[in-house]
Design a protein around this ligand. Structure first.
Ligand SMILES: Cc1ncc(COP(=O)(O)O)c(C=O)c1O
Length: 380
């Protein structure tokens, strides 16, 4: 049986063949510990240093400003808890927004028993935070602003540079969760003006369980993991050499192919959107900002339908992800669609389609046929 067409690249990405090749020696024979002073430590140590350079080159920062983590969740945890604990003498207030990933929202919530307060700002109908709301939310004790670079469900890009300028003006640390943006849009931490930026390897064709955190050299973060002093003493533990190498290779490819990748993703995403809009007309609606959006992300609401029924109908042919879960007598809308005020009748029929490097035009044309017939059938 043929596999369903994969349209869930924001969920995770396949491993790039180049990533697998780069990792192979570290799986097969380069088993040494990078901290060892003998011969076996040499290649792993060099490989970790090379990967750090590759990540830094993609983000346009110094390799010393990159630490490796276990993924986007850990990077966000370290950025937020590390700032909170490192600056608790200065204040106890954090600003974030309502459509952040749980790896930000839950971390802020978890800090509340320790005396930290969080302001979660609203977004507009397209998912954008108003920088004026940031200014209004500032307090003398504000120590951190954490606003995601792009949203995983609808793809909306935030005015991060503008918000970071406000943070800088007030001497506040600025973090952005760029787990979905790295490799999909051009990122330059200097131009953005952020102090902390999170990366997740498995969103850019590297394995799951590896990530990185950019930490501007002037920023003080509390340690995340105590131990033998790896990663500048911030995150102790013998390095995950295999996956660090994979992440490095993934970043190098992302940098080399950024423009071509953006054009590829945008054209296929728009082909899918146009194909469905032509067939389904007014019964389908786009969520997120029409332009200020990741080039691969298409969140569509199918009027009057239930996301899970749609997925059941298309599941053998197309893999996508739901924006709502309907139970027998309740509907759980994603916190993102809720914050964007998407009307219930539309929100409950929301699906996220995300394309990537391996997506082809033939797959998109087939997906248009499958999705539009399913919607037509269910809408009667
Ligand atoms: C915006 C965003 N942040 C953080 C994460 C968590 O990353 P990881 O799965 O590497 O822990 C994700 C994953 O879906 C994400 O989309």
């Amino acid at each position: 049986m043929a596999q369903p067409i994969y349209l869930d690249y924001n969920g995770t990405t396949p491993h790039a063949p180049e990533v697998i090749e780069a990792m192979r020696p570290f799986l097969e024979h380069e088993f040494g510990n990078p901290s060892s002073n003998h011969w076996y430590g040499i290649a792993p140590k060099r490989a970790v240093a090379k990967a750090r350079k590759q990540v830094a080159s993609l983000l346009k920062c110094d390799p010393e400003e990159i630490i490796f983590t276990s993924g986007g969740t850990e990077s966000n945890n370290h950025a937020i808890k590390g700032t909170a604990m490192g600056q608790k003498g200065k204040g106890n207030h954090i600003i974030t927004c309502a459509i952040e990933h749980p790896a930000v929202l839950e971390v802020c919530r978890a800090l509340s028993p320790y005396g930290f307060e969080t302001t979660s700002l609203p977004v507009d109908r397209q998912g954008i935070v108003d920088p004026d709301d940031i200014k209004k939310a500032l307090r003398p004790g504000t120590i951190l602003i954490s606003i995601m670079h792009s949203n995983n469900e609808v793809g909306t890009l935030q005015p991060v540079a503008e918000i970071a300028a406000i943070a800088r003006e007030h001497g506040i640390t600025m973090h952005t969760d760029a787990a979905q943006s790295v490799g999909k849009v051009d990122l330059d931490v200097g131009a953005l003006g952020v102090d902390l930026l999170s990366i997740a390897g498995h969103k850019l064709y590297a394995p799951k369980g590896i990530g990185a955190l950019y930490i501007r050299d002037s920023v003080h973060l509390e340690k995340f993991c105590h131990g033998a002093g790896q990663e500048r003493g911030l995150r102790a533990g013998t390095e995950n050499v295999l996956e660090i190498v994979g992440l490095g290779a993934a970043c190098e490819i992302a940098e080399q192919r950024l423009e071509e990748g953006i054009a590829h993703m945008r054209s296929l995403r728009d082909r899918l959107h146009q194909g469905l809009a032509e067939r389904l007309g007014e019964s389908v609606m786009l969520n997120g900002h029409p332009e200020k959006r990741l080039p691969n992300t298409l969140s569509l609401s199918f009027k009057g339908l239930e996301a899970n029924r749609m997925l059941e109908e298309i599941g053998l042919d197309v893999a996508a992800s739901p924006g709502a879960a309907c139970h027998s007598d309740t509907v759980e809308i994603s916190h993102v669609l809720e914050a964007m005020d998407v009307p219930l009748d539309w929100a409950k029929g929301t699906l996220r389609f995300t394309v990537g490097r391996m997506t082809t035009a033939e797959q998109i044309d087939r997906a248009v046929t499958v999705i539009s017939s399913a919607a037509g059938k269910l809408q009667g």
